[in-house]
Design a protein around this ligand. Structure first.
Ligand code: LLP
Length: 386
């Protein structure tokens, strides 16, 4: 079936492929929806920069009023360069290097999301050396199964992330001996690409229990950060271009009563930028194998690694053919068998030179591109600048 799309296919003909194409209007509508739904409950959003750190994308997100969730010194720098104010930057990650912690201290970011006792001790020492006090939230592994792909599940006991529930008391005890850190809250993230929202309800229950235990110890939790994870519709991007932020935030509102002294935070990544981006590629060859027909693209896992790494499936469209459908494997040019975007999918009969869009590639697409095989990193174009 030939799908009519909003892509400016004529203009694409003049551009060197492969490249990323961002629909600026969709990004802005998505941001508006996320902010409107979050504002209903006074929730704070920190965009997970890891999903896409393209400077223009970051600037739109900053202009919409979100903060930034960073996982490296490079991301802190990218967020600062894009104009995010330091008091809206949070810094997570299991392995923060000293220079990265120092950068966070020097920029005076809002909060370090701390994942272990040794990390807490290092932050305390580095803050002491600067005569400063660092605000920290403890990232607690809530032991809630997100039922998502194993590579993007983070909240189970065996995952490397966060402080295990049974070790939390010990970490809280040690805070007394660490005068250069100030505990301002708790942080959680159970996984990514969640379409079944039930695990978020379970997370709320777990956090309520945890909070009750902390209150018994006399610890008041000022900030609660529920991480990211809301999924997008990879199968039907045109039917669901904007994720259902309303239902998502309502789950937290209905299941987690906020106390007057508390602020609630989220770190959406994919749900903000996923649907506005597509990887545009040209067909190099159509190869008739003895058992299969292959569409060989000029884009490979160097530009979009999600299918190879997570068996992720992205909707694929031929933008320049409306012929009868044929079954193809769609593959890239990289010298690895895993460089395959889709097996046995129907596409309009395809020929050399056709333009192909790999949809829903705005999150974890451009940012995960590599130069393997000495390839060039892909360019990015925006709908409002073409
Ligand atoms: N907060 C923390 C602590 C995270 O680890 C992540 C994602 C997020 C927020 C944002 O989650 P999101 O809203 O995007 O689900 N490369 C993989 C996804 C890795 C997610 C890592 N953590 C993929 O392409 O599916």
């Amino acid at each position: 079936m030939y799908m009519k799309t909003n892509f400016p296919t004529e203009m694409f003909q003049n551009l060197q492929t492969p490249f990323y194409y961002y629909d600026t209007e969709l990004l802005n509508r998505t941001l508006q929806s996320a902010m409107t739904e979050a504002n209903r409950y006074g929730y704070h959003l920190h965009y997970a920069v890891k999903a896409n750190a393209n400077s223009r994308v970051l600037e739109s997100i900053r202009a919409a009023g979100l903060g930034a969730d960073c996982v490296s010194g490079g991301e802190i720098q990218a967020a600062v360069d894009a104009g995010f104010s330091a008091d809206k930057i949070v810094f997570a990650g299991v392995g923060k290097a000293d220079w990265e912690i120092n950068l966070g201290l020097d920029k005076d970011i809002f909060c370090f999301n701390v994942e272990s006792l040794p990390e807490l001790q290092v932050i305390d020492a580095l803050a002491a050396a600067k005569g400063r006090t660092a605000c920290v939230a403890l990232r607690v592994n809530p032991e809630v199964d997100a039922h998502t792909h194993a590579h993007i599940t983070t909240g189970k006991k065996e995952n490397k992330f966060g402080i295990n529930l049974d070790q939390l008391d010990g970490v809280l005890d040690s805070l007394a001996g660490l005068p250069h850190v100030r505990l301002i809250g708790l942080h959680f993230h159970i996984g990514s690409q969640l379409l079944d929202l039930e695990p978020f309800r379970a997370l709320c229950g777990r956090v309520r229990e945890l909070q009750a235990n902390l209150e018994k110890r006399g610890v008041q939790v000022e900030n609660l950060n529920f991480g990211g994870g809301l999924g997008i519709d990879y199968a039907q991007p045109d039917a669901h271009p904007i994720p259902d932020f309303g239902t998502y935030f309502k789950i937290f509102h209905d299941n987690f009563p906020v106390q007057p002294h508390q602020q609630i935070h989220f770190e959406p990544g994919r749900s903000i930028v996923g649907q506005c981006g597509a990887l545009i590629s040209k067909v190099l060859y159509v190869k008739e194998g003895s058992e299969k027909r292959f569409v060989i693209l000029d884009a490979g896992f160097t530009e979009l690694i999600r299918p190879a790494l997570y068996q992720a499936s992205h909707a694929i469209q031929n933008l320049t053919s409306d012929k009868k459908e044929v079954i193809y494997d769609v593959v890239g040019p990289i010298c690895e068998s895993s460089d395959c975007f889709a097996k046995d999918i129907p596409l309009p009969e395809t020929q050399r030179g056709d333009l192909i869009a790999l949809r829903s590639a705005g999150a974890y697409g451009e940012i995960m591109a590599s130069q393997y095989n000495c390839r060039q990193l892909p360019a990015a174009y925006f709908s409002d600048l073409l």
